[in-house]
Design a protein around this ligand. Structure first.
Ligand code: XLS
Ligand code: NI
Ligand code: NI
Length: 439
């Protein structure tokens, strides 16, 4: 069988001291952390679009990589991509993948031909999955690339575009179900607006909710039992995207009674675009019981767009895994590397270096988050900080016994509030540094 990545060997764990950049230094898949194997905690997934399709184009320049994998016709290229993807995942020890419908098979002259192309490639993917044991984390439909979606898909002003999107999503859910996927993602690429001057925001959001309701009802009717996710993102490509951030999405889901049907897929770079930390978005999801899955990447703080870099910032991976552990870990979700090597990192070996960097950063993040939890000082500090709610007037507030009248009587007796204690931010930041880099 043809080898597509001869420059990439099977990547093995060699430990922190190793000088071999084509080995894992921290990701040791069977190592047990807090009672579970690293591979089960982290559930790494390959993103088909970035890794198998994207060729390094940007708005100022054409591709720097060739991902046709020796194919000539579109279908031949996409068949080769399947073999390349599975070769890569096996070499990297990645057990899951994610795709959009149009990532895995080329769009045909009409919807029927596109669906036939999809079916043909899905046959190949299914065979490879059986052979390798690699699983589908989530599927989705690309309802943003084609010009038909210039005004949006579920939020298009044109009902024909809405109908086409519905048909595409229907098929993508069928394919996700057929491949045993445990998630189906809605990322609203064009679901937003450029100007309010031409936009009926109210109808657009009602329609988006209609589309999502239909997706859930259809999915459940054909026996799809996985999660449905919304992936928040504030902007890009549109000026304003409706799924701005986790809190906005929650308000949308609750308004339309969809909050029992959807969880969130939180992407690091989307959090920072919304002016939040990655940890903030994960915390909002966890606090509201809708934490589902993660698109692992990182942005550049000096750039205002979704650079989708491989995650290497250890503070971010640690605080991410801290939230994941506190949320009880992944159920149907996982860590999808929605990330790509930089345009100038154009070698196929750079794909391996990138995944190793990301997987090692998350393995370290997991270990450090576990240490923070086992150390207990953070938790103890937070508990102590709110201890005034455990007895006396605080307990009355929390239990609902307190009223404005009883609180006024209490406050009148206080003189002044003299019980505030230091928040000790700097002490806690030093504590985190010590756990991260102290030994
Ligand atoms: C784009 C999104 C996209 C989703 C899947 O910014 O991150 O890749 O993850 O449609
Ligand atoms: Ni994403
Ligand atoms: Ni993104």
């Amino acid at each position: 069988m043809k080898e597509f990545f001869p420059e990439i060997p099977a990547i093995r764990y060699e430990g922190p001291g190793s000088k071999n950049s084509l080995s894992f230094h921290h990701y040791n898949k069977d190592e047990v952390v807090l009672g579970k194997k690293m591979s089960e905690h982290l559930k790494f997934a390959l993103s088909y679009w970035h890794t198998i399709d994207a060729e390094g184009t940007d708005i100022f320049g054409s591709g720097t990589m060739d991902k046709s994998f020796g194919g000539a016709s579109p279908m031949e290229i996409y068949k080769n991509k399947v073999a390349a993807a599975f070769e890569l995942m096996q070499k990297l020890g990645i057990e899951y993948f994610c795709f959009h419908d149009r990532d895995i098979a080329p769009e045909g002259k009409d919807l029927a031909e596109s669906n036939r192309n999809l079916d043909e490639i899905v046959d190949l993917i299914e065979t490879q999955m059986k052979k390798t044991g690699i699983k589908l984390l989530w599927g989705t439909a690309n309802c943003f690339n084609n010009p038909r979606y210039m005004h949006g898909a579920g939020t298009s002003c044109n009902a024909d575009a809405f109908a086409y999107a519905a048909a595409q999503i229907k098929k993508a859910i069928e394919v996700t179900k057929r491949l045993g996927g445990t998630g189906y993602v809605f990322w609203g690429g064009r679901e937003g607006y450029e100007t309010l001057l031409n936009t009926n925001t109210s109808l657009e959001l009602d329609n988006m909710a209609r589309l999502m309701r239909m997706a859930v009802e259809y999915g459940r009717s054909i026996g799809y039992t996985g999660d449905f996710y919304i992936e928040p993102k504030p902007k890009e490509p549109t000026k304003h995207q409706y799924d701005f951030d986790a809190s906005t999405v929650l308000a949308f889901l609750r308004k339309y009674g969809l909050d029992q049907d959807f969880k969130l897929n939180i992407e690091a770079n989307h959090a920072t675009l919304a002016g939040h930390t990655f940890q903030h978005e994960l915390r909002v999801a966890r606090d509201n019981g809708v934490f589902g899955s993660i698109d692992a990447n990182q942005g550049d703080m000096l750039l205002g767009w979704d650079t989708d870099q491989f995650p290497t910032n250890l503070y971010d991976t640690t605080f991410c895994m801290y939230e994941v552990l506190k949320a009880g870990g992944f159920v149907n979700g996982g860590l999808n590397f929605d990330a790509k090597a930089r345009r100038a990192s154009f070698g196929f070996d750079d794909i391996a270096y990138s995944y190793i960097a990301g997987m090692d950063a998350f393995a370290l993040g997991l270990k450090k988050a576990a240490q923070l939890i086992e150390d207990g000082r953070l938790d103890a500090f937070v508990q102590e900080r709110y201890s005034s709610y455990e007895s006396g007037i605080g307990a009355e507030i929390v239990s609902g016994k307190a009223t404005f009248e009883s609180l006024e009587a209490y406050a009148l007796g206080l003189g002044e509030v003299r019980s505030n204690r230091s928040g000790r931010q700097e002490m806690l930041e030093a504590l985190v540094n010590d756990i991260l880099f102290g030994k």
